[in-house]
Each structure stands twice: as C-alpha cells, then as structure tokens.
Design a protein. Structure first.
Length: 72
C-alpha cells in the first residue's frame, strides 16, 4: 500500500449555515409580517404570508436533507 498525497474532503452539513439560514428566514418573515400589518392594519393579513415564507424554508431544508440522505 502506498501513502497517498492530496486533500481529503468530507462533504457534510454545516450546522452554522443551517442556523443562519433559518434565522435569516425567521427575521425576514417577521419584518415582512410587521410591515404588512402596519400598512394594512390587520395582523392576520401580514403574518399569513410570513408563515408561508417560514414553511417554504422548512420544506426546502427537508427536501435537501432527503436528497442528500438517499443519494448515498
């Protein structure tokens, strides 16, 4: 057996990137919900689309996870 030279790359999930992505989505939806509520005067009209933003992010992360688990 010969010793190999080169780089060893391990492809794995970055917890820091996942947390940043989720928090960014949360804050964007929160700001959107507050701004829309102030503009229209109805809290439910502002936070209904904000809930869809968070739900889409959750679905996207789940789809990426399933794709990476079943590809190996």
């Amino acid at each position: 057996m010969f010793t190999g030279w080169g780089l060893y790359l391990k492809d794995d999930w970055s917890i820091r990137r996942i947390i940043v992505s989720v928090m960014l989505s949360f804050f964007v939806s929160l700001v959107f919900g507050i701004a829309w509520s102030v503009k229209t005067g109805s809290i439910s009209d502002g936070f209904a689309p904000a809930a869809y933003i968070v739900a889409l992010e959750t679905g996207l992360i789940a789809a990426i996870t399933f794709a990476s688990v079943f590809s190996h």
